[in-house]
Write a protein that binds this ligand. Sequence first.
Ligand code: DDH
Length: 287
Amino acid sequence: VFGAPPAQKEAVKRDYGAVRKAIADLLEADEYDDGSFGPILVRLAWHSSGSYDKATNSGGSNGATMRFSPESDYEANAGLKVARDLLEPVKAKFPWLTYADLYTLGGVVAVEEMGGPTIPWKEGRSDMDSGNACGPDGRLPDASLDQKHLRDIFYRMGFNDQEIVALSGAHALGRCHADRSGYVNPWTFAPTTFSNQYFTLLRDEKWSKKKWKGPLQYEDSSKQLMMLPTDMALIWDKKFKPYVMEYASDEEKFFKDFAAAFSKLLENGVPRTQGEAPAAASPAPAA
Ligand code: DDH
């Protein structure tokens, strides 16, 4: 009996393992910053996603709208062109891959390659083809502000206090650049290793105001490290502080909570049919 021909097999095998490898191969760079593009890829994934507004279900990683003006020019996104340009050859090699999936997977691979936890991630984001869908400016946190601002920004995305502290632990990675944010220096002594060092330093170091003409930031006793006002808010606020102390003494707990919160961040606003989202990205219970 001759029935209909078997459904055409998808012409291109969507090999995400090969994509992950291509991203991992880009990370090491002796001449760049502290020797890795990992931190800036994490920041790209975060800023692509952190534009999410739960109330209106707008913004977020779906769409990869940061490729377009005005979002590409928002002050908070200064410097991220480095990360977007870095990923272009990966997009060229795998044309079926969306930018929105690439920008989020870039952060996931970077965290994992720098020694962090496995981050539940799933493909399925689509790309917008213009800047019409860019969220408004001002949805990302302003480092000069306080705990009230942190809560305004992150509650808007659907996060609770524990998740705010866990996500902030990403500042174990990377550094500030005077020409991008106005701030200088890294947060930790190992800025290309994912660890709980951000929390141990917040807990153990004596942080004082840096004496300089730049924006208010804090420095440790060696004067090599930094904290932003919003970082300091995590130990000054009595509800945030217990999580800082917990993550400083229990790196495994930090890794577990970071993986869940970062996965949720990258899922925010991504249209999914029920049961389709990666397991750990389901909403965390309220604190
Ligand atoms: Fe951040 N971040 N971030 N951050 N961030 C900067 C760099 C990096 C704030 C401000 C700054 C998160 C939260 C906050 C990373 C990841 C994450 C810089 C320096 C500023 C300023 C930029 C520059 O000069 O190049 C503020 C404020 C907050 C907050 O209020 C909570 C979160 C949630 C993440 C995350 O990934 C989950 C990373 C990585 C960097 C290092 C980038 C680099 O180039 O190195």
